[in-house]
Write a protein that binds this ligand. Structure first.
Ligand code: ADP
Ligand code: ZN
Ligand code: ZN
Length: 648
C-alpha cells in the first residue's frame, strides 16, 4: 500500500523502504495494481519512497521481466543480480552536476584512428548503413583481422552522434590491452565495469552510464545490465566465449540477453569472433543475423601455417618431442618468442605411489589432487581445497611418490632447464592471481626480446604479442575425445584462438600441434580447412543428431551430501514432467553428473530437450511450481539451467 502522505506517483522502478517481518528492507516497485486479492488489513504500507524518479526505466524493467521468465528465475533475484550493491542498499542517487568532470581539462594526447583496409571499411559501412534501429550482425573475422579497430570506429561514430555504446568483453583482467586501446582513443568518456571494482567504483560507473555522463561502457557479462540514457549500440567481443554465461545462481547468457536488449531498445548489436559459436552461426546462416567477414589479417601479418607432430611411438621428454624442441630452439635463435599452450595448471595432475599404486585424492570430490610446487601443496581443482604435500604413501609408507602427467609449472621448469639463457613467462591463474600481475608480465613480454611463454587458455584470449612466431600445443588429444557434445566446437575454438597468437607482427607465424591422433578427422578438418569450414561441418552434424542449435535444452541439476536424495528428487521431477512430454520434447535421466561429487556433495542431472523452444518453456511455466512443491525440493540444492553450456 502507498505510504500515508504520498507526494509522488508510484511507478515501476522506484525504490521503496518496506516492512518485512520485524525488519525494514529496500525494495523496487515492479508492478502496481488498484486491487488486491488480500484483505485491506493484511496489506502493509510502504514506509518511504526513496527516489524521485525511477532507478530503472521501463525498458530495463521489461528486460528484467523477460529474463526472469526465460530463465525461470525469481524476478527479485534477477534485479538483485543486476543492481550495484549501493543501489540495493538505498543510497541516494545524486543528480550529478557536470562541473567535476569538466574541471580537469584532460590534455592527454589521443591515439588517432587507423586507416581501415578495404575489408574493414566494407564491414563498417554495411553496419552503419543499416541505421540506428535493431539489427544483429555477426562479424566473423580471423584472428588479427582488426576487429577491434572496426569496433572502435563504430563506437566513434555513435559517440559523435551523441549515443552511448556498451561493449562486452570476456574477462577484462585477461585483456587489459583492450581497455588501454579504448582509453587511448576515447580518454575519459569510458567507464569499465567488472568484478575488480569496489562497491563505490561500481556505483559511480553505473551512475555515469545511467545519467549519460559516460559514452562508452566496457565490461564483463554483468555490464549488460547497465542502464543507459542514450543507447546507441551494443558490441559483444569474442561472442563465443563461455564466460558470457553465468554458471551459478541466475544462469543467464549475457550474449543472449544483449540481443534481446538491443531489440527492446531498438538499436544495432554486433557480435564478433574469429570462432563464432554454432548458435550465432546458425542464426546468421538462417539470415536472422547479417553475416560479415574479415578474411585477411590487417596490416602486414599473414595467417600462420599449421602442422601436426605425431607423437605415436616417439620419445618424449617431459611432454616435448625432439622435433618440437628443435623448432623452439630455431625460433629463439632468430630472437623470436615462442608460446607453449597446455591447458593444465600446477606441476602434475596426479601424485601416485610407485610401490602400491595409491593416489592422493580429495576426499570431498573423489578426484585426484594436483601437485603444485611453486607454493608447495596438493590442491583440488574442483573445490580448491588444499593440503600439505605428504612425505610418504599413507597406504604402504613408501617414499616413492611420483608426479604423473604435465602441468604448466612442470613445463616451465623443463623449458628453463633446456633454454637457460631465455626468460620463461608462465601465465595461468596461479601466476596472475594478484591485480596488475598480468599487465606486468605482458609489458615485459612486449619489450620484444627472445622469450618463452607457457600458459593455459588465458593465453588464448585476444592478446597481441607481435614477436611470437611459434605457437605449440603440447597435447591436443584431450579435446578430441570429450563426452560433451560441444567438446569439438570448444576444442576448435581454443586451438584457433591459441594459434591466432602466432605471427601477428611482421614475421610469418607457425603453429605446431602435438598429438597421438594426427589423422583424426576433426583435427584434420580444422587444420586443413580452417574454422569456417570446420564449424559448418559441425553444424551439419548437429542438424543430423538434432542437437542445439537445432533443438533446445534445459538442464535440471540437483545435489546433496547424500547420493539418494537428489536422485529421487529428480525422479519425482521426471514423473511430474512425463505427462507433458510429446514426441518433440523428451527427458533424459536422471543421471549422475560427469563430475559426480564436488565439495562433499553428490550431483545429478535431468536433461529436457525439445525441438520447440516454446513448447519447452510452456512446460516449465506449468511445472516449475509443482517441482517447487515436491517434498524433497527443500532437502536438495537444485536449479534450472536454460540453454546450458556446461554439463560437468
Ligand atoms: P582482432 O581483434 O581481429 O584479432 P586486432 O584488432 O587485434 O585483431 O588487430 C590486429 C593488429 O592489426 C593490431 O596490431 C592492430 O593495430 C592492427 N590493425 C588493425 N587494423 C589495421 C589497419 N587498418 N591498418 C593497420 N593495422 C591495423
Ligand atoms: Zn604406497
Ligand atoms: Zn575437492
Amino acid at each position: 500500500m502507498p505510504p500515508e502522505n504520498l507526494t509522488c506517483q508510484l511507478v515501476e522502478g522506484l525504490r521503496v523502504k518496506v516492512p518485512f517481518g520485524k525488519r525494514e528492507l529496500i525494495g523496487l516497485i515492479v508492478n502496481t495494481s488498484a486491487e488486491s486479492e488480500f484483505a485491506l488489513d493484511d496489506l502493509k504500507r510502504i514506509i518511504e519512497v526513496i527516489d524521485q524518479e525511477p532507478v530503472i526505466d521501463a525498458s530495463m524493467m521489461k528486460l528484467f521481466k523477460w529474463a526472469a521468465t526465460y530463465y525461470h528465475y525469481p524476478l527479485g533475484q534477477v534485479i538483485h543480480n543486476a543492481l550495484p550493491t549501493r543501489v540495493r542498499q538505498g543510497k541516494t542517487l545524486t543528480i550529478k552536476t557536470n562541473s567535476d568532470s569538466n574541471s580537469q581539462e584532460n590534455a592527454k594526447e589521443l591515439t588517432p584512428q587507423l586507416h581501415l583496409n578495404d575489408e574493414q571499411e566494407q564491414v563498417k559501412a554495411s553496419i552503419l548503413q543499416q541505421g540506428n534501429g535493431f539489427h544483429c550482425f555477426l562479424l566473423e573475422g580471423v584472428t588479427g583481422s582488426g576487429k577491434t579497430e572496426v569496433y572502435m570506429q563504430l563506437i566513434a561514430e555513435k559517440v559523435q552522434a551523441g549515443l552511448q555504446v556498451i561493449m562486452l568483453v570476456p574477462e577484462i583482467s585477461l585483456t587489459p590491452q583492450t581497455i588501454q586501446h579504448l582509453q587511448g582513443r576515447f580518454a575519459d568518456k569510458i567507464v569499465a565495469i567488472h568484478s575488480g571494482l569496489t562497491d563505490k567504483q561500481r556505483f559511480m560507473a553505473w551512475t555515469d552510464a545511467r545519467l549519460g555522463d559516460a559514452d562508452i561502457i566496457i565490461g564483463t557479462r554483468s555490464a549488460i545490465f547497465t542502464p543507459l540514457r542514450r543507447p546507441g549500440l551494443i558490441i559483444i567481443d569474442e561472442e563465443h566465449d563461455g564466460s558470457y554465461k553465468q554458471q551459478e545462481g541466475f544462469r543467464y547468457s549475457a550474449r543472449d540477453l544483449a540481443i534481446y536488449r538491443a531489440q527492446l531498445f531498438d538499436i544495432p548489436i554486433v557480435l564478433g569472433s574469429a570462432t563464432p559459436s554454432l548458435e550465432s552461426l546458425h542464426n546468421a546462416l538462417r539470415k536472422r543475423y547479417s553475416l560479415m567477414s574479415l578474411e585477411q589479417r590487417a596490416a602486414k601479418a599473414k595467417q600462420p601455417t599449421f602442422a601436426c607432430i605425431d607423437l605415436k611411438g616417439k620419445a618424449l621428454s617431459e611432454g616435448f618431442s625432439e622435433q618440437l624442441l628443435a623448432a623452439i630452439k630455431s625460433h629463439l635463435q632468430q630472437n623470436k618468442q615462442v608460446l607453449i599452450f597446455l591447458n593444465r595448471r600446477g606441476y602434475a595432475p596426479l601424485l601416485q605411489c610407485h610401490d602400491c599404486g595409491w593416489t592422493a585424492s580429495c576426499p570431498r570430490c573423489e578426484t585426484s589432487y594436483t601437485l603444485h610446487r611453486n607454493s608447495p601443496e596438493l590442491r583440488c581443482h574442483r573445490c580448491e581445497s588444499q593440503r600439505k604435500i605428504i612425505p610418504a604413501c599413507p597406504s604402504c609408507q613408501s617414499k616413492a611418490l611420483l608426479p604423473i602427467g604435465l602441468g604448466t609449472e612442470r613445463t616451465e621448469k623443463k623449458l628453463e632447464e633446456t633454454f637457460p639463457d631465455v626468460p620463461v613467462f608462465r601465465i595461468d591463474r596461479d601466476t596472475t592471481r594478484n591485480r596488475g600481475k598480468l599487465e606486468n608480465i605482458i609489458s615485459e613480454i612486449n619489450k620484444g626480446q627472445a622469450a618463452i611463454l607457457v600458459g593455459t587458455q588465458m593465453l588464448a584470449k585476444g592478446h597481441h604479442f607481435p614477436e611470437v612466431t611459434l605457437v605449440a600445443v603440447l597435447d591436443a588429444d584431450a579435446g578430441l575425445f570429450s563426452s560433451d557434445f560441444r567438446g569439438q566446437e570448444f576444442m576448435g575454438q581454443l586451438l584457433i584462438q591459441v594459434a591466432g597468437r602466432s605471427g601477428r607482427g611482421e614475421n610469418a607465424g607457425e603453429v605446431l600441434i602435438q598429438t597421438h591422433n594426427s589423422t583424426h578427422p576433426t583435427l584434420r578438418s580444422l587444420i586443413n580447412d580452417g574454422y569456417k569450414k570446420f564449424s559448418r561441418t559441425l553444424l551439419e552434424q548437429r542438424d543430423i543428431t538434432n542437437l542445439p542449435p537445432f533443438s533446445y535444452q534445459v538442464l535440471i541439476r540437483a545435489e546433496a551430501s547424500n547420493a539418494s536424495l537428489p536422485m529421487s528428487f529428480l525422479q519425482d521431477v521426471k514423473n511430474l514432467t512425463k505427462k507433458m512430454l510429446t514426441n518433440t520434447t523428451f527427458a533424459l535421466g536422471p543421471l549422475p553428473a560427469p563430475m559426480e561429487k564436488r565439495a562433499g556433495r553428490f550431483r545429478f542431472q535431468l536433461l529436457l530437450q525439445s525441438s520447440s523452444r516454446a513448447e519447452l518453456h510452456t512446460l516449465l511455466n506449468h511445472l516449475v511450481p509443482a517441482y517447487e512443491a515436491l517434498p524433497q525440493s527443500r532437502k536438495v540444492r537444485w536449479s534450472i539451467d536454460v540453454d546450458p553450456l556446461d554439463f560437468s
